[in-house]
Design a protein around this ligand. Structure first.
Ligand SMILES: *Cc1c(COP(=O)(O)O)cnc(C)c1O
Length: 390
């Protein structure tokens, strides 16, 4: 244990030690954080569905009707009616031939890339892609070419240079909404590249699903290229208020993953309550209430971000409900987040390895059920605290 203790002390000395904080009661715009009510500015429960009565009821009813567990992995005996129904629903939502559930976004990204690609193939991956994509690239054994963030001209160059000795499959993979910067991928330009080089385009829409686009279908709908993306990965644990993840894609991709994807094959399938909550979430998202919640989220986000950029803060190019404030170094970042927490504002200071060195930030996320006044107050306190610490 001494070796582990030494490593922990090293982390602490560098301002890099992380620890867990416990929420009492349900998730909402304000939560009980270890006995104290705070404004929650670091949840991905963007539409406030995680504690929505319809989802809770659906989950409880399914648990009563079907029980609490699926009892096995999907290929054994863990494919229940609800899995099939939800996969059909997701395929219709993304307008693809098929869809496949995964137990989390992390399991999806690792399992999709490992299942579809291998040595001899090439993955072109944005420099700021989520850690689960990076791990998926490693697991696949394919050559990974990292291109500068959102720089499609640089990607074009890399692809042109690699083209003469091309063997195997090529795939471009990007976050739709980047989780630490809150900016959007240039999907129309990436579609043009995937057509020019005849390869696949995969979009991880963990933060866009439910939130972006007229019908909440995500960043590809927002940017007018829903039909051009080959592989739509999305999660059920963020805006959809539940748990789990999916890939929507052409049927041969789905069928191959059922046979090859290790995170899909070697893990017990999602339980009934979670599946029913996701079905209820899709009902809400595709209906009037979803439209209303998306519009409200957009309005709140705009007001909050405008205030902070007017004060001269660098918001890292954010265009969505993820609003980071660049603070650069770990120590002042963590000091600012602790001070804000003492004032009842709960957001996370983000440090390497989650973001590159020198790019630490306070990352705020907005929810549709925040109130104008509480966000205004929070923005003022963030502005003052950052000014004091940098
Ligand atoms: C959260 C996230 C994931 C992981 O999803 P989980 O369901 O939480 O495992 C994957 N990709 C991105 C971009 C994410 O933000």
């Amino acid at each position: 244990m001494d070796d582990f203790r030494t490593r922990l002390r090293e982390l602490e000395g560098q301002g890099m030690l992380r620890s867990l904080r416990t929420i009492g009661g349900p998730q909402g715009p304000r939560v009980d954080l270890e006995g104290r009510e705070v404004l929650l500015l670091c949840s991905n429960n963007y539409l406030g569905l995680a504690n929505h009565p319809r989802l809770r009821e659906a989950s409880a009813e399914a648990s009563l009707a079907y029980g609490t567990g699926s009892g096995a992995s999907r290929l054994v005996s863990g494919t229940m009616e609800l899995h099939t129904r939800l996969e059909k629903r997701i395929a219709a939502f993304k307008a693809t031939e098929g869809a496949l559930l995964f137990n989390s976004g992390y399991a999806a990204n690792t399992g999709i890339l490992q299942g579809l690609l291998g040595p001899g193939d090439v993955i072109f991956s944005d420099a700021l892609n989520h850690a689960s994509i990076i791990d998926g690239c490693r697991l696949s054994g394919a050559r990974t070419v990292v291109y500068p963030h959102n720089d499609f001209a640089a990607l074009d160059d890399l692809m042109r240079r690699a083209a003469p000795e091309r063997q195997g499959r090529w795939l471009i993979v990007t976050d739709g909404v980047f989780s630490m910067d809150g900016d959007l991928a240039p999907l129309p330009q990436l579609v043009a590249l995937k057509q020019r080089y005849d390869c696949l385009l995969m979009v991880d829409d963990a933060h866009g699903t439910g939130v972006l686009g007229e019908n909440g279908r995500g960043s590809a709908e927002e940017l007018g290229c829903l039909g051009e993306v080959d592989l739509h990965m999305g999660t059920l644990g963020k805006a959809l208020g539940g748990f789990g993840a999916f890939l929507a894609a052409p049927q041969p991709v789905i069928d191959l993953l059922v046979n090859r994807s290790r995170s899909f094959i070697f893990s017990t399938s999602l339980p009934p309550g979670v599946l029913a909550a996701a079905l209820a979430a899709f009902d809400l998202i595709e209906g009037e209430e979803g439209r209303r919640r998306r519009a409200q989220l957009k309005k709140l986000r705009h007001r909050f971000a405008e205030r902070m950029s007017a004060a001269g803060l660098d918001l890292c190019g954010s265009a969505t409900q993820i609003v980071p404030v660049l603070t650069r170094e770990p120590q002042p970042t963590m000091k600012a987040s602790e001070q804000l927490l003492a004032e009842g504002i709960f957001l996370q200071g983000i440090r390497p390895p989650t973001v590159p060195e020198g790019r630490c930030r306070l990352r705020a996320t907005i929810m549709a059920d925040h109130r104008d006044e509480e966000l205004d107050q929070a923005a003022e306190r963030i502005i003052a605290t950052v000014a004091q610490n940098l």
